[in-house]
Write a protein that binds this ligand. Structure first.
Ligand SMILES: *Cc1c(COP(=O)(O)O)cnc(C)c1O
Length: 400
C-alpha cells in the first residue's frame, strides 16, 4: 500500500463505501457487521436518518460562525447535557484529547482561583488512556507513547489500577485532582469497581480535590446508562466527553459543576471550531434519539443478550476466550491467544471489532443493534472461535 498519509496507523487493507445501521459495505461490495463503531463513535450506527437529516438541513443553513457569536444549537446542547447530568457548564471542542485538556485546565484553575496555585498534581491510574496531546499523554503515562517526544508534561502521578491505599498515600498539599475512566476502554475494558469510585468521591470531598471522569469512551449510553458514572451512585466535578457525542461528527465536550468551573472565565480557554453549528446540531440530533424513552432500555437488553451468548461461547471455547467483561455495549473478550489473531479471525468472518490493552478484543456495537444483528454477530464470533480453537489444538476436535 503506497499512501501519503503519515504512517502512524497499522491499517487493515479495507475501505468502506457506505454504511446502513450496524453494517458497513466495503468498496468491494462485501457487508461487514460493525462491532467497533469506529472506536465507540457511531452510537446510532451508520447513516441514521435523524443524523443525516440534521446534518444536511444544517449544511444548507450555516456551518461555522466562530465563538465570537452566540450559537443556539451549542446553547441547547449544553443545556440538555447539564439537565441530564451533574453539570452546570459545558465547553465544546473537537475531540476527546481536547476535552481532557479542558478538564485538566479547569481542575488546576479551580485551585488557582481558590487561593491554592500550588495544587497542580493530578493522580491517574495505570492502564489509563486520555488522548494523544502532550499533556494527555503525560496523564496516560504510557512510556511507549511518550518516548521521543521531548520533556514529559509535569504534574501527573500514576498509581496502580484502582488502588485505594496508594491513592490515600499519594494525596499531598500539591494534589489538585483525581482523574479516572469509570471503565478503561483502550486499557482493555477494565471496569473500575463502583465502590472504588465512591471512595474516590469521599477522598476528593475530604481533601478538597476535583474528581475528574474521562467519559470520552463510556459516555452517551455506551455502558447502558447515559454516563458511566451513573452506575456508581456518585458524580464527578468535571467530565470529558467526545466519541459518541456526535455519532460520527467530530465534537468533544468538557462538563463541570458551577463550582469546579468557576475559574474558567473570559479569555481562559478557547477553540476555533469548538461547538460550531454543524457539530452541535448533530449532537442535538444524537441526544434526540439517545434520550428518547426506551432507547437505553433497548441497548441494555441487547447487552444482556450479547453477554449471555458470549458466556456460552466462553464455556464452549475455553482455549480461546478466557473471560468476558464490561458494561452495556462496551464489552471485552479476554483472549487466550494474541488478541490480534482474534481481530483478524473476526474480520475473516466479516465482523469488525477492536483490539485493546490487556489482550482484550473490544465489542462496541452501535446502540441501535437489534436481535437479528446480535444473532449474526454471535454466529461470526462462534466461527472465529472454532477456527482459533482448531489452530490452538489441531489434534483435538472442538467440543460443543
Ligand atoms: C478515545 C479516548 C480519548 C481521546 O480521544 P480523541 O478524540 O482520540 O482525542 C481520551 N480518553 C478516552 C477514555 C478515550 O477513549
Amino acid at each position: 500500500m503506497v499512501s501519503n498519509l503519515l504512517p502512524t496507523y497499522a491499517r487493515a487493507d479495507l475501505a468502506f463505501e457506505r454504511g446502513e445501521g450496524a453494517w458497513l459495505i466495503s468498496t468491494g461490495g462485501e457487508r461487514y457487521l460493525d462491532f467497533g463503531s469506529g472506536v465507540a463513535v457511531n452510537v446510532l450506527g451508520h447513516a441514521h436518518p435523524a443524523l443525516v437529516e440534521a446534518l444536511t438541513d444544517q449544511a444548507h443553513k450555516v456551518w461555522h460562525v466562530s465563538n465570537l457569536f452566540r450559537i443556539p444549537d451549542a446553547e441547547r446542547l449544553a443545556e440538555r447535557l447539564c439537565a441530564a447530568s451533574f453539570a452546570d457548564l459545558v465547553f465544546f471542542c473537537n475531540s476527546g484529547a481536547e476535552a481532557m485538556e479542558c478538564a485538566i485546565k479547569t481542575a488546576r484553575k479551580y485551585h488557582a482561583v481558590s487561593g491554592h496555585p500550588e495544587r497542580v498534581d493530578i493522580i491517574t491510574y495505570e492502564g489509563a488512556f486520555h488522548g494523544r496531546t502532550l499533556a494527555t499523554l503525560a496523564a496516560g503515562g504510557q512510556k511507549k507513547y511518550l518516548e521521543g517526544f521531548g520533556p514529559v508534561a509535569g504534574g501527573f502521578i500514576q498509581l496502580p489500577f484502582a488502588d485505594l491505599e496508594a491513592t490515600k498515600k499519594a494525596i499531598t498539599d500539591t494534589t489538585a485532582a483525581i482523574l479516572i475512566e469509570p471503565i478503561q476502554g483502550e486499557g482493555g475494558v477494565r471496569v473500575v469497581p463502583p465502590a472504588f469510585l465512591r471512595e474516590l468521591r469521599k477522598l476528593c470531598d475530604d481533601n478538597g480535590l476535583m474528581l475528574v471522569f474521562d467519559e470520552v469512551q463510556t459516555g452517551i449510553g455506551r455502558t447502558g446508562e447515559l454516563f458511566g458514572y451513573m452506575h456508581s451512585g456518585i458524580a464527578p466535578d468535571i467530565m470529558a466527553l467526545a466519541k459518541a457525542l456526535g455519532g460520527g461528527f467530530p465534537i468533544g465536550a468538557c462538563l463541570a459543576t458551577a463550582e469546579a468551573g468557576k475559574g474558567m472565565t473570559v479569555g481562559t480557554h478557547g477553540s476555533t471550531f469548538g461547538g460550531n453549528p454543524l457539530a452541535t446540531r448533530v449532537g442535538n440530533a444524537v441526544l434526540d434519539v439517545v434520550l428518547a424513552p426506551g432507547f437505553l432500555d433497548h441497548s441494555r437488553r441487547m447487552s444482556l443478550l450479547l453477554k449471555q451468548r458470549l458466556a456460552e461461547l466462553k464455556d464452549r471455547y475455553p482455549s480461546v476466550i478466557a473471560d468476558i467483561r464490561g458494561e452495556g455495549l462496551l464489552l471485552g473478550l479476554v483472549c487466550v491467544g494474541p488478541n490480534g489473531d482474534m481481530v483478524t479471525a473476526l474480520r475473516d468472518e466479516k465482523m469488525l471489532a477492536i483490539a485493546a490493552g490487556d489482550n482484550v478484543v473490544r465489542l462496541l456495537p452501535p446502540l441501535i443493534i437489534d436481535e437479528a444483528a446480535v444473532a449474526d454477530g454471535i454466529a461470526m464470533i462462534d466461527r472465529a472461535c472454532a477456527k482459533l480453537a482448531r489452530a490452538a489444538a489441531p489434534e483435538t476436535e472442538t467440543a460443543s
